[in-house]
Design a binder for this molecule. Structure first.
Ligand SMILES: [Zn+2]
Length: 379
């Protein structure tokens, strides 16, 4: 990137804070006891020990706001995979912790771990408790952190836990994840080409649950009551259909880290009809930074696939208002070779400039749309 473009990218990131609506630094902080002010390693290869969204890396990339997805790994991931079990026992400090106490308790420990790291440099990073907070924190030149929860298994069937999460400032709930959770049906969410899948039969039981249970419907109503955003990533197409019907245009629906069926026809990804439905309700689609989901034909480089996905979302909705970026960095994912960690996200901004997008469209994609959703769907 030449210096002129770099200056424009920096200005755009300051005017419309680059917002990552799905990223997992807290998982590294909680599982490995990591200091998020240190950068460990990125690398091109899949590496569960990499650090792709630590605060140093976020700062370097000019990321302004993150929606930190807190995900407590489901127990069968370890029970069904001896390698994962051994790796956890050997490499995770005090690994018994990963399974000790209730899921909800562990979720709170993960949020505590992130807040502990934030607390090391409160002049640089701050946790936001409202959309107005995000604006203020950005105005002070700090990175704004928004809590989000991935996988409603952590509710443990207790709807009152949503009140507690709302009080703690959680802005969004991803309904499902890898295993049945008695709420909504899930898709197979781990790429089939990952070597760990060849070694382990995770017994995901994808699609085996009812699309949307009565408890799932009550969670949807409760999310509205406590003003928390709803994320349908990982739900099956049938579950998503049931959710679109249940929610209607009542409030925005988000798919925080997905691709589109146009480029990879997988149940994980969205059809054009769904993209239109989400847009009609004022929601938005977060483009995942993972080539596997984005483009079956281009498994390596992310930038062209990200562009194709963004362009497709635009052509289907005839608008730039429904596009977000949800990298999934540090979610034990395999990021694209050309976008290995958060320090490189300026390349996306550079690409959007290069493709001739007007600045107001770029600003919406970078952070404007995400902020709009916080203003309308959170508090
Ligand atoms: Zn996910």
């Amino acid at each position: 990137m030449n210096t002129d473009v770099r200056a424009i990218v920096e200005r755009l990131h300051s005017e419309a804070p680059f917002t990552d609506v799905h990223v997992h630094p807290s998982m590294k902080a909680w599982m490995f006891g990591r200091n998020l002010w240190r950068h460990y390693c990125s690398g091109k290869a899949w590496n569960p020990f990499s650090s792709r969204s630590d605060f140093k890396t976020l700062t370097k990339g000019g990321v302004g706001t993150i929606w930190a997805a807190h995900y407590i790994p489901e127990r069968p991931l370890f029970d069904n995979c001896l390698l994962a079990k051994i790796a956890a026992a050997l490499l995770v400090p005090d690994s018994g912790r990963l399974f000790k106490g209730s899921l909800f308790q562990r979720l709170n420990e993960m949020m505590d771990a992130l807040e502990r790291e934030v607390g090391r440099k409160p002049d640089k990073v701050e946790v936001a408790k409202s959309a107005a907070d995000v604006r203020r924190i950005r105005g002070e030149g700090k990175i704004a952190i928004v809590h989000a929860v991935e996988g409603a298994h952590v509710l443990e069937g207790n709807i009152d836990n949503l009140d507690a999460l709302a009080r703690r400032g959680v802005a969004m709930l991803t309904l499902t994840h890898f295993y049945p959770n008695g709420l909504a049906a899930h898709v197979d969410g781990i790429p089939k080409d990952m070597f760990i899948r060849k070694l382990c039969d995770f017994k995901f039981g994808a699609g085996g649950s009812p699309s949307l249970s009565e408890f799932g419907r009550s969670v949807l109503r409760k999310l509205k009551a406590v003003r928390m955003l709803l994320d349908i990533s990982h739900c099956t197409p049938e579950a998503r259909e049931a959710i679109y019907k249940e929610v209607g245009r009542d409030r925005p629906i988000i798919a925080s880290h997905v691709g589109v069926k146009r480029y990879r026809d997988d149940p994980y990804n969205l059809s054009d009809e769904e993209i239109r439905l989400i847009a009609d309700g004022g929601g938005a689609v977060g483009v995942i930074f993972m080539s596997y989901w984005l483009d079956a034909a281009n498994p390596k480089n992310g930038l062209p696939a990200i562009w194709n996905t963004i362009e497709h979302l635009h052509s289907v909705t005839d608008s730039w208002d429904h596009i977000l970026l949800g990298t999934d960095f540090d979610g034990f994912t395999d990021p694209p070779d050309d976008l290995r960690d958060a320090s490189q996200v300026g390349k996306v901004t550079g690409m959007l400039l290069d493709r001739g997008l007007p600045e107001d469209a770029i600003k919406k994609i970078l952070g404007g749309n995400a902020q709009r959703l916080l203003e309308t769907g959170w508090r």
